[in-house]
Write a protein that binds this ligand. Structure first.
Ligand SMILES: Nc1ncnc2c1ncn2[C@@H]1O[C@H](COP(=O)(O)OP(=O)(O)OP(=O)(O)O)[C@@H](O)[C@H]1O
Ligand SMILES: [Mg+2]
Length: 226
């Protein structure tokens, strides 16, 4: 029975789930938390020496100082750079929801902090027979929603939160992530516009690494103490 962890999802692909997730994994580990990162299925893996190399899986492997075997972090690897569901069909991989769930939980101790990154957004297809939402629901972990801090994100955050609530999952927080999008439109303030949400909203800056003093990291440490 897993007691602690996060399911990291996003409003889209390429919004910073791995950027945020790996830093959380690394910082919590430095504070003595036994972090078990999992990206159970990854598509778009490069072939290197006859092996498929998952970039996100490798980033999590580095983030926890190789304390977890790569084979456990990302067991299902697909070559096509499309949704893992479609890639699995093309490559005849057996990535059912049941298998991804087992992969996410394999080798995770009862006291571990399980950090699972899906692929794409909450309703993006993930397993052969299910979405990120389905895996998140089976895991029952609090959800961290990563969203790019750009114009148009308010709509995507509200839609995603509605979907997460529909699955009766707790939302740990929303992260407005500062991607390299150029100069934001004058007057844009997504943090201000999302005030009033029933969950915390944190903000990251482009290229600025998270630290132990960061409010998001402090909230995580406080919620997972003991
Ligand atoms: N705050 C940031 N500052 C600088 N670069 C960032 C930041 N957030 C994300 N990036 C960069 O943006 C790119 C996309 O981020 P990332 O890979 O974390 O997205 P993702 O949501 O995990 O994507 P995927 O859906 O493919 O898993 C990466 O090159 C990452 O290094
Ligand atoms: Mg990623």
């Amino acid at each position: 029975m897993i007691r602690r962890g996060l399911f990291v999802t996003g409003t889209d692909t390429g919004v910073g789930k791995t950027w945020v997730g790996t830093q959380i994994a690394s910082l919590l580990r430095r504070e003595g938390v036994a972090v078990a990162p999992r990206k159970p299925v990854e598509s778009g893996c490069e072939r290197r020496g006859g092996e498929l190399i998952p970039a996100d899986g490798e980033a999590y492997h580095r983030a926890v100082n190789a304390s977890q075997p790569m084979a456990q972090i990302t067991p299902y690897r697909l070559h096509h750079a499309i949704s893992p569901q479609r890639a699995a069909r093309l490559e005849q991989a057996d990535t059912t929801l049941e298998h991804l769930l087992a992969a996410a939980l394999a080798g995770v101790g009862e006291d571990a902090f399980l950090l699972v990154e899906g692929a794409g957004g909450f309703y993006s297809p993930l397993a052969l027979d299910g979405s990120n939402a389905d895996l998140a629901e089976r895991l029952g972990l609090p959800v961290l929603l990563v969203a790019p801090d750009r114009l148009g994100v308010i709509n995507h955050v509200h839609l995603s939160l509605e979907a997460i609530r529909h699955r009766r999952l707790p939302v740990f927080a929303v992260v407005l992530n500062g991607l390299d999008d150029g100069v934001p439109p004058q007057g844009m303030d997504n943090l201000e516009d999302l005030r009033g949400l029933p969950c915390p909203v944190f903000q990251t800056q482009c290229g600025v690494a998270l630290t132990l003093g960061d409010p998001l990291v402090r909230a995580l440490l406080a919620a997972n103490a003991g």
